[in-house]
Design a protein around this ligand. Structure first.
Ligand SMILES: [Zn+2]
Length: 243
């Protein structure tokens, strides 16, 4: 997946001009550095949480026809969402951050343990049993990840739809916790550390913590993927006009 970023220093020098975009490969970090055509060292902080980015990677993989990769990214998105829920709930229960991180290390390599921790913490905090990935979708995920199954587009979309619903119904609750907002802003602060001319922002993702009131019930994943495909085509055309 590619990010389309502009140089903040150029934008400040000439506010009248439409910013020129640079195509940057997405990496496992929040801070992106590149040199613009005017030689500025541009720094962009992308503060979307990991689960949002992974879901977006999954949607992009569908457009590109990589269905195995899409299912794997959606599944990882769900796991990273469970992680942020676990940490938010603990933090809301007045547990120190250092203690949370220490404890997380004990389960960080085992997704089954994380799922157990998430289920019980959610039950204790919200007094409701969280809906988890159905048996059918769990089987599909395992066949894809462990047995080399190549899923169809339809199976992949259905998997994405279920993960989307599982995340967004819970996101609407957890997003209201101050500790959730704090966890999100923490990554941005760490990445900013001492750089100049930083552009901070988030990329528009299908699942977004920035839009607390977004009505996810009316969102159709297939339509979102179509919109994403159109946006990608538009960005490609802009890049072609600014070689
Ligand atoms: Zn520049």
């Amino acid at each position: 997946m590619k990010l389309f970023l502009s140089c903040n220093e150029c934008s400040l020098l000439d506010e009248t001009e439409y910013p020129e975009f640079y195509e940057i490969q997405i990496l496992d970090l929040h801070k992106y550095e590149f040199t613009c055509k005017n030689g500025h060292k541009a720094v962009s902080i992308i503060d979307n949480p990991k689960f949002e980015m992974l879901f977006q990677v999954g949607a992009n993989a569908i457009i590109d026809g990589y269905y195995r990769e899409a299912i794997s990214s959606f599944a990882s998105s769900l796991e990273r969402f469970y992680e942020i829920c676990i940490k938010t709930i603990l933090s809301s229960s007045k547990i120190e951050n250092n203690t949370i991180e220490k404890s997380w290390k004990e389960i960080s390599n085992q997704s089954e343990r994380q799922l157990g921790a998430f289920t019980m913490l959610w039950l204790n905090f919200y007094h409701e049993i969280p809906e988890l990935l159905s048996n059918k979708m769990t089987t599909l995920r395992n066949e894809v990840i462990h047995k080399g199954k190549i899923p169809s587009r339809k199976e992949t979309i259905n998997f994405g739809k279920e993960v989307f619903r599982l995340i967004t119904t819970k996101l609407q609750k957890i997003i209201k916790e101050d500790s959730y907002k704090w966890l999100i802003s923490k990554c941005e602060q760490v990445a900013m550390n001492g750089s100049e001319f930083i552009a901070t922002g988030c990329i528009q993702t299908i699942i977004s913590s920035k839009f607390i009131d977004k009505n996810y019930d009316s969102v159709d994943l297939e339509k979102e993927i179509e919109r994403l495909q159109e946006l990608r085509a538009l960005q490609k055309r802009q890049l072609a006009n600014n070689p």
